[in-house]
Design a protein around this ligand. Structure first.
Ligand SMILES: [Zn+2]
Length: 654
């Protein structure tokens, strides 16, 4: 470890110790790469030992974001090994499949003890109940709920939540996974998880619990209300909304309104970062968002979050809405009235940054809302290894490709892999394990037209991917790697690295596309996204370099303020962040430059696979096999290889 790494790691340690108050344990580093630690923290509680893994990046990210400091934000569901042992509650087995239990929480107020009973129900004929969507926070069970005269141990945050949801005058029927599913019974878990979509669909209302309120919560809800009213008024006045939002800017709270910071903190609560909540919120008939005593309708909040994409005035607000707006947009795409829903793989791509305590849930949590989710539902099995769950998803999409080899584009850089037994061509969907973005969504990807060529196939017990490819060139040098940043944070400090990349680019002298080197370089940094330019600008050869220069100059002059820059320069910077995040710059033997996987290195091969939208980087292994390193953008080499080319060869990836 270098000194920097050590400091990082120690701050990680102290943060963990501070978060789990009873923690006395050890921390160890694993993994082959020095930047890729896996921290293991152990603690002992009255209930016995427990442990959790944290990816260092995940933790530093949380540490650096102000909104999260108050939250234990790790886990979500008790569906993993860290479920502490206590005297188990004697759950009655279900009469038959399709049955659930609902907690009937007795009326009460304030600190009166929590009591209730578990009511078995047939989901098809269930009486009215509400389902709770929340983050499984701390794992140790501080308190209990009396159910049918016996105690179920629950965490303090769950108890706080129950007190908020408890009605003063009558019982309330709630479905809460931690209480209503016997977490110790794997078979029950498997079958109940398959029902989860139906449970949230059947609930009269979904109650989203963001946690207890803090000093900022009141401001957050107030500014939300002001902004929502302005948007609602405009919609009533003009009809449709994406086009009209610019008309109402004057009625929105100003971008420098201090309350936006409070709103940003609320939108950064851990609930927004978890995989499970997508299904819970998108299937809900009605959903409401609660934080302490405050609440609002989810549909209203989602409208505002989606409006951030369309409205310049909202985009100028300097708060991080990456997670929350992703949730709002996925929920909109997958709600029941949508006829065409995204495939499981598309959803996995969009949610690669979300988290699930049990990595299998990265897949299982999406089955209720994926267009093709039903095909996977019978395979839910928590006894299966994580690697097998991920590999089976990849095989389904690669063996008979129908989604332009998207699975291959999502295959993770070795740097982010946590599942070592996963073949290199299969994406590792675990948090922090995969790059956040595929180049596919960007305009640079280019596919060959449909053809009769043979599709890739998987052999050797599902471990080997055989695919047609053309080796184009070889990497001769890679740049310094940008520090890994959370999405949405300002990465202007990356300029230092960009200068080093630029020096490498300058050494190429003449570029294969005949563009000036500076222009080729500026285009590479944003993977040549065309959408930034107007028609007339597209015809002039040096436009991107101009935006790059403006970005660079304003930063060097210490004037990096979003509101004194041209909108296009800001947009250029935004594209740059997205494209360079978790990638590295490289140059090739034949004089090209590109952006590739973080751990691409000298002598890796640049290859074009038949059917894929971008070039890929692969690494030679023994026995004539290759490992996939990841997708790449190579400036001037984005045209697909024609089917009739005689350079195709069959490549076997392990
Ligand atoms: Zn072909």
């Amino acid at each position: 470890m270098t000194d920097d790494d050590r400091t990082t790691f120690h701050s990680l340690l102290s943060l963990m110790l501070e978060k789990s108050c009873r923690a006395v344990g050890h921390l160890s580093t694993t993994g082959r790469f020095k930047k890729c630690y896996l921290a293991v923290i152990e603690w002992r509680t009255i209930n016995g030992p427990g442990y959790r893994y944290y990816h260092s990046e995940e933790y530093l990210y949380k540490k650096n974001s102000s909104g999260l400091s108050n939250h234990q934000s790790s886990g979500r569901r008790p569906r993993d090994e860290s479920w502490p042992s206590a005297v188990p509650f004697p759950y009655e087995p279900f009469e038959s499949a399709g049955h659930i239990r609902v907690l009937e929480l007795e009326a009460g107020e304030g600190l009166e003890p929590l009591t209730g009973r578990l009511v078995p129900m047939d989901l098809r004929t269930a009486q009215e109940f509400e389902a709770v969507s929340y983050v499984w926070g701390q794992q140790h069970h501080g308190t209990y709920l009396t159910c049918d005269g016996r105690q179920i141990s629950i965490t303090t945050p769950v108890a706080e939540m129950l007190r908020r949801f408890r009605l003063p005058d009558r019982p309330r029927r709630l479905w809460i996974d931690a209480i209503c599913i016997n977490q110790r019974d794997v078979l029950e878990r498997n079958s109940q998880v398959g029902l989860m979509g139906d449970i949230y669909r059947s609930a009269a209302r979904v109650l989203i619990w963001l946690g207890e309120e803090d000093a900022q919560t009141v401001d957050a809800f107030k500014i939300f209300e002001d902004a929502y009213l302005a948007i609602d008024k405009a919609i009533t006045r003009y009809g449709s909304y994406p086009t009209l939002l610019n008309l109402l800017e004057s009625e929105l709270p100003a971008p420098d309104d201090k309350r936006w910071i409070a709103f940003g903190a609320l939108m950064y609560r851990p609930w927004f970062t978890r995989t499970w909540i997508l299904q819970e919120v998108s299937l809900a008939r009605v959903a409401s968002v609660h934080c302490g005593q405050y609440w609002c309708y989810w549909s209203h909040l989602a409208l505002l979050l989606r409006a951030f994409h369309y409205t310049a005035a909202l985009r100028a607000i300097d708060v991080d809405l990456y997670w929350s707006s992703t949730v709002a947009s996925i929920a909109a795409q997958t709600e029941p009235q949508q006829h065409i829903k995204p495939s499981l793989l598309r959803l996995l791509a969009a949610t690669i940054d979300t988290g699930a305590t049990n990595p299998r849930d990265k897949v299982y949590a999406l089955l209720g809302i994926a267009g093709d989710g039903a095909a996977f539902r019978s395979g839910i099995d928590y006894d299966k290894s994580v690697a097998d769950v991920f590999r089976e998803v990849a095989i389904r999409y690669l063996d008979a490709p129908n989604d332009n080899l998207l699975a291959l584009h999502l295959a993770s850089d070795p740097a982010w892999r946590s599942e070592r037994s996963l073949p290199s061509w299969a994406p590792d969907f675990h948090i922090g394990a995969t790059r956040a973005m595929t180049l596919l969504g960007m305009s640079c990807a280019k596919f060959s037209p449909p053809c009769e060529c043979e599709a890739p196939n998987v052999s050797n017990n599902g471990m080997l991917l055989n695919i047609k490819g053309v080796v184009k060139t070889r990497i001769t040098g890679t740049g310094r790697r940008l520090p890994v940043r959370a999405p949405g944070t300002h990465a202007v400090d990356a300029l230092f690295f960009l200068e080093q990349w630029r020096t490498m680019a300058k050494r190429l002298r003449h570029y294969p596309t005949n563009e000036p080197i500076d222009e080729a370089f500026s285009r590479t940094l944003i993977v040549n996204q065309q959408t930034l330019l107007s028609k007339s600008e597209q015809q002039t050869p040096q436009t991107y370099h101009m935006y790059f220069q403006q970005f660079r100059d304003s930063y060097l002059a210490g004037e990096w303020q979003p509101d004194n820059l041209y909108a296009k320069t800001l947009l250029y910077h935004h594209y740059l962040q997205n494209a360079c995040r978790r990638r590295t710059f490289f140059v090739t033997q034949d004089g090209h430059m590109g952006l590739g996987p973080y751990f691409a290195r000298r002598d890796d091969l640049v290859v074009r696979f038949h059917g894929a939208g971008t070039p890929f980087i692969i690494r030679k292994r023994k026995g004539g096999w290759y490992r996939l390193v990841g997708e790449a953008y190579v400036h001037g080499m984005m045209e697909p290889e024609p089917c009739w080319s005689d350079s195709w060869q069959l490549l076997s990836l392990v």
